[in-house]
Write a protein that binds this ligand. Structure first.
Ligand code: ATP
Ligand code: MG
Length: 511
């Protein structure tokens, strides 16, 4: 086959120099696969008969980094970009189920290709010699098949990570796993115990973000459950609910596929209903319910997130969406504004995306999707108003309240109450109107005067203040030690509770 494979200049230059020095050298692995499949390679791996030391000598005029000399890899830095060159090698015994105990450098490309995971990844190409494809990689690529090089059971026991790599190539490129390899994937899933959390997470997120994730999650749910046992009860769990066409797992898979391929969003959707099996109940009409499932989903998702060692921010956002995926976002501007104030724009939008995916995954009620689209329009409309959504947007601030005679934690309470009113009536957000609201609120304030016997020192004052700070309705307390006068400011102060609390601490209260 006369193929002209256009190599980036720097890659071609490295190959040429190696070949000119008499070392057979090739582009290998993913780049050859992606190029043959009609795609654009995202990086190029080169392999060569030259030993790492010889590669270094040959490129002595360039910046060369010893990336992994013992594995045969050096990086030549050209125009600021590293080009990885690895010596042909075979691998020794694998005793830890993940990495070879030793590697040996060899001079035949075929022996190097034999250690690679799948036939589609075990091809090499050189501008002069063309393809080296001893395991039928081109044939499998054309058929869209992932097939282990050699005996699948042996290859998967050597390195458990290959199990997830197979799923990843299937999810990313839409390839099918060839039957014998597929059977071996299922059979050897326990090998995943030898793979580090970092590598599992890296592959899992790529699987989840693959364009063909759905078929992979359905066909290999047992393997996903091996790394995420939290999903096991979902698989095949019937919902007994007219709003759901599919069982919990299939619903989840369809929803995962329907949200944009952002790792955080896909994880959130993967776990959003994980709590359903554990909260299932059936009413007298035979309808299934899952009351409170988001709380349990949250617990399960958090457990998985810790094991996957997700970045803190990804974990936090994901859990937020799982926890709130079922909460309504409002059907009228006033309600949308309130929800926006609670969730913030970013979470509100993410929740909408999760809800859309959830709805598509139900496979029953297209009307709900229309509702969600209307909600999105409402959101845009509310955002366009540029109305006040947080305490910081209010036309008055804490300093104004201090100037109006308010102090302590009453300031927060006043601002919160003003914000609640402004969210319902954006036009109230003027200094004049807020002053009016303030006066109304202040008129409702309590001011209770007591006399307390038994205060003997400054320490008593501090003790009483500390006790009263546990009563949320009390904003501030003024105490005069000499006269024993205590004045409480706040709203709806529970007097009996105050009296009881002080008595229990040894103070006698006189009204
Ligand atoms: P991509 O870079 O698109 O993710 P890739 O196939 O290039 O895919 P890399 O991880 O960059 O994947 O690995 C480069 C090559 O090294 C692979 O094509 C494969 O030949 C080989 N390889 C990588 N990981 C393994 C492994 N765990 N077992 C066997 N061979 C592997
Ligand atoms: Mg690669």
């Amino acid at each position: 086959m006369a193929v002209t494979y256009h190599l980036p200049e720097d890659i071609a230059a490295v190959l040429e120099r190696l070949e000119a020095a008499g070392y057979a050298s090739y582009v290998v692995g993913g780049a050859v696969r992606d190029w043959l499949a009609g795609g654009q390679p995202h990086d190029y791996d080169l392999c060569t008969a030259a030993l790492p030391r010889q590669v270094k000598e040959l490129f002595a005029d360039q910046h060369v980094v010893e990336t992994g000399m013992q594995h045969g890899t050096v990086s030549i830095i050209l125009h600021g970009n590293p080009i990885e060159v690895t010596t042909f090698r075979t691998e020794g015994k694998y005793s830890d189920g993940r990495r070879p105990d030793a590697v040996a450098f060899v001079t035949e490309i075929e022996r190097d290709l034999a250690r690679r995971d799948f036939t589609i990844n075990a091809m090499a190409w050189n501008p002069v010699r063309g393809f080296c494809d001893p395991f039928g990689g081109q044939r499998d690529l054309q058929a869209g098949l992932i097939r282990c090089v050699g005996d699948p059971d042996t290859r998967l026991t050597e390195d458990g990570l290959r199990i997830l790599r197979a799923l990843r190539f299937a999810a990313q490129h839409g390839y099918r796993v060839e039957d014998e390899t597929a059977a071996a994937l299922h059979r050897n899933k326990a090998q995943l115990a030898h793979v580090s959390a970092e590598r599992i997470t890296d592959e899992l997120l790529q699987i989840l973000c693959g364009a063909h994730v759905g078929v992979v999650l359905m066909e290999f749910s047992d393997i996903i459950a091996q790394i995420l046992p939290e999903i096991t009860p979902m698989i095949g769990f019937a919902q007994h609910n007219p709003y759901h066409r599919y069982d919990v797992w299939e619903h989840t898979v369809r929803a995962v596929e329907s949200i944009r391929p952002d790792p955080m969003l896909r994880l959130a959707v993967l776990f959003h209903d994980a709590g359903k099996p554990g909260t299932f109940s059936m009413d007298e009409k035979g309808i299934g319910h899952f009351y409170g499932h988001p709380v349990l989903s949250h617990v399960l998702a958090e457990q998985a997130a810790k094991r996957l060692r997700l970045p803190a921010q990804t974990e936090e956002q994901m859990l937020y969406l799982v926890r709130h995926h079922d909460a309504p976002l409002g059907q009228i501007p006033k309600h949308v504004r309130r929800k926006l104030a609670v969730h913030g724009e970013q979470n509100f939008r993410a929740l909408l995306a999760v809800k859309k995916a959830d709805c598509i995954g139900q496979g029953t009620t297209p009307g709900n999707l229309t509702e969600l689209l209307q909600q999105e329009q409402l959101l845009e409309q509310v955002l366009a108003e540029q109305s006040c959504l947080t305490r910081r947007d209010l036309a008055v601030n804490g300093n104004d309240l201090i100037a109006w005679g308010i102090k302590g934690r009453a300031i927060r309470r006043y601002l919160a109450e003003m914000l609640a009113q402004v969210l319902d009536h954006p036009e109230y957000n003027t200094r004049e109107k807020l002053r009016e609201i303030f006066e109304q609120l202040r008129a409702q304030d309590d001011c209770i005067e007591l006399t307390v016997n038994g205060m003997s020192a400054g320490s008593c004052v501090r003790k009483i203040k500390k006790l009263l700070s546990d009563i949320p309705q009390v904003d501030t307390v003024d105490i005069t030690l000499d006269s024993g006068k205590v004045v409480l400011y706040g709203q709806k102060i529970p007097f009996e509770q105050v009296q009881h609390m002080l008595a229990a601490a040894g103070f006698e209260v006189v009204l």
